[in-house]
Design a protein around this ligand. Structure first.
Ligand code: 4NP
Length: 159
C-alpha cells in the first residue's frame, strides 16, 4: 500500500506547522499507522530556514506532553507533487501556496487546516508569533482537535 503523505504549511515553519506535524505524528504513532502515513511541515517564507521551532512553541508543546523535532524549511514546487494533502494554517498561506508555479494543477490537494476543526469558529489558525502564552495554548488546542479529526478522516476514507 502506498503511503498517504501530509504536509502542514504556515509562514515561518517555527510555530504552527511544526506543532501540527508533531501532534499529527504522535497520533499516527499511537494508532500504529506510521507505516501508512508520512508527514512533514514547511513555511511559505524563507525567514527561518534551518532553525528549530520557536522556544515558546516548544515549551508550550512540552507542557502538553508533545516534543517537537524539526528544522525550518521553505515550501517548494516539488512538495506540491510529492504530498497528497497540503494543509495551510491560514488563508494568507493558502494564497501563498497557490502562487507557486504549477500550483493550480494541485489545487485539489490544498485545504485550510481548520476545515478539519470540529469546533471551527474561524478559517485561520491564528498566528501566535507576536502574541503571548495564551495564544500558543489556543493554537495547541486548535491543532490538537484538527489533527485528530484529519486522522479520523484519513482512516475512514483512505485505508
Ligand atoms: P508560523 O509563525 O508561521 O506559525 O511559524 C510565524 C513565525 C515567524 C514569523 C511570522 C509567523 N515572522 O514574521 O518571522
Amino acid at each position: 500500500m502506498t503511503k498517504v503523505k501530509v504536509l502542514f504549511v504556515c509562514l515561518g515553519n517555527i510555530c504552527r506547522s511544526p506543532l501540527a506535524e508533531a501532534l499529527f505524528k504522535h497520533k499516527v504513532e499511537s494508532k500504529g499507522l506510521h507505516m501508512h502515513i508520512e508527514a512533514d511541515s514547511c513555511g511559505t517564507s524563507d525567514y527561518h530556514i534551518g532553525q528549530e521551532p520557536d522556544d515558546r512553541t516548544m515549551i508550550n508543546a512540552l507542557k502538553n506532553g508533545i516534543s517537537i523535532s524539526h528544522r525550518g524549511r521553505q515550501l517548494t514546487t516539488h512538495d506540491l507533487e510529492h504530498f497528497d494533502f497540503i494543509l495551510a494554517m491560514d488563508r494568507s498561506n493558502y494564497q501563498n501556496i497557490l502562487r507557486l508555479p504549477n500550483a493550480a494543477r494541485h489545487e485539489h490537494k490544498i485545504a485550510l487546516m481548520r476545515m478539519y476543526d470540529p469546533q471551527r469558529t474561524h478559517d485561520d489558525v491564528p498566528d501566535p508569533y507576536y502574541g503571548g502564552e495564551r495564544g500558543f495554548q489556543e493554537v495547541f488546542e486548535i491543532l490538537n482537535r484538527s489533527t485528530e479529526s484529519l486522522l479520523v478522516h484519513l482512516e475512514k476514507n483512505h485505508f
